[in-house]
Design a protein around this ligand. Structure first.
Ligand code: IPD
Ligand code: CA
Ligand code: CA
Ligand code: CA
Length: 267
């Protein structure tokens, strides 16, 4: 097995244990606010420390960018681990069993490995660039859908940037006459993996960070999805807005949502 994938899986499972144990004793969780509707718990931090410890043991020189610790520059700046120790903190805090651990490895600016782990369902999504995506041992390959009719789309609501909410509703409004339904699951990493697994037909969101989507992006692309920013480009890891689906569906979704943007995100 790819040695870096191996370490990423080990780290994700270790953090998964921390998160699953923390979930069982939710009454003991300490929650802090980082900003508007933006929470962090002692479990997010403990899971992140567990991941960093595993990586540092095998790769002490690699650079690590983690949601709660920021950038830990290593001697090797060409290899970056991008970590979300608990994606779906709001679900976790509320007792809604849908959250994940997300770990991506980027080499010279290209994502090579992606791991997303759901510790409640024991589902491990993995991908290596050029070698496909898997859910546990099962290969993932999406259907080549072309039409929005009958599709269920996952999305996220920009609660951390509420000024974007009218735009969110405008985009959903532009799609409602075509799609069958929407899902807001609360974990962007799992939204991308569920798109890869065909559990939803596509996903779009704005206001996300690289650690929310870097691993799920590779998993979705390796399962046959196109992932694009709202302008049809590739800047989504930095821009924070994205659409993922079968290539023709992405086009259909962009055709619907782009007229709502009114110059937002251009440039
Ligand atoms: C959040 C989740 C959510 C998305 C938010 C993210 P967090 O991550 O991915 O689905 O809508 O934009 O910030 O804060 O729970 O790690
Ligand atoms: Ca967070
Ligand atoms: Ca996240
Ligand atoms: Ca998080």
């Amino acid at each position: 097995m790819n040695p870096m994938l191996n370490i990423a899986i080990r780290a994700a499972r270790k953090a998964g244990n921390v998160v699953a144990k923390g979930y069982e004793r939710r009454d003991e969780i300490q929650t802090l606010s980082k900003g508007t509707n933006d929470f962090v718990t002692n479990i997010d931090k403990a899971a992140e420390s567990a991941i960093i410890e595993v990586i540092k043991k095998s790769y002490p020189d690699h650079t690590i960018i983690a949601e709660e610790s920021g950038a830990l520059e290593g001697k090797e700046s060409d290899i970056q681990w991008i970590i979300d120790p608990l994606d779906g903190t709001t679900n976790f805090v509320k007792g809604l069993p849908h959250f994940s651990i997300s770990i991506a490895i980027r080499v010279k600016g290209r994502t090579e490995v992606g791991v997303v782990y759901d510790p409640i369902r024991n589902e491990l999504f993995t991908a290596i660039r050029g070698e496909g995506a898997k859910l546990n041992e099962m290969r993932l390959r999406i259907e080549n859908k072309r039409e929005l009719q009958g599709c269920v789309l996952a999305t996220g609501f920009p609660f951390k940037k509420t000024a974007l909410m009218p735009l969110q509703f405008a985009m959903m409004n532009s799609l409602t006459s075509d799609v069958a339904d929407f899902r807001r699951t609360g974990s962007a990493a799992l939204d991308l993996c569920y798109t890869a697994a065909g559990r939803v037909d596509g996903y779009f969101e704005m206001g996300v960070k690289a650690w929310d989507i870097a691993a799920g992006d590779l998993i979705a692309r390796e399962a046959g999805c196109l992932v694009s920013d709202f302008n049809g480009g590739h800047s989504y890891l930095t821009a924070g807005h994205l659409v993922a689906a079968a290539p023709r569906l992405v086009k259909e979704i962009l055709n619907k949502i782009q007229p709502c943007l009114n110059g937002e995100f251009k440039g």
